[in-house]
Design a protein. Structure first.
Length: 131
């Protein structure tokens, strides 16, 4: 897929499958960010909240096991996506209608109280898919 061709970027893919049917998937990109190991949720699609919850829970468990510091997402999403992320411990902010930016700390280096304070955030948003 053309979206996952950034040089020097490692991608991780998770899927819920039943035979030949895919019920949902998450694609993560791993990029260093100021001496932190950060995984960005690049894509997430699921046919139900339960499938999405299973995927997000698995990503969090694996991220904790392999030493990821932060999980970050920016999604144009409906309430189901937002609720699943929130129920799994993500801290999120809506900065454009139905567009959420969220983060989950897997490390004691980034406290939840620090991440919950909007004064500690700087947003810069652009569409990289256009010329």
């Amino acid at each position: 897929n053309w979206r996952y061709g950034i040089p020097n970027t490692k991608y991780l893919k998770y899927a819920v499958e039943d035979g030949n049917e895919v019920h949902g998937f998450i694609t993560l990109s791993e990029r260093p960010l100021r001496n932190a190991r950060v995984h960005f949720i690049a894509d997430m699609v699921a046919e139900s909240g339960d499938v999405m919850n299973s995927l997000v829970s698995k990503v969090i468990d694996d991220s904790n096991m392999i030493g990821v510091d932060l999980l970050v997402y920016s999604l144009l999403a409906d309430k189901i996506y937002h609720r699943v992320m929130k129920n799994n411990g993500f801290i999120s902010f809506s900065f454009i209608k139905n567009n959420y930016l969220g983060v989950y700390s897997c490390s004691s280096r980034f406290s939840k109280s620090f991440l919950q304070d909007k004064k500690n955030w700087f947003f810069q948003h652009a569409d990289t898919d256009t010329i």
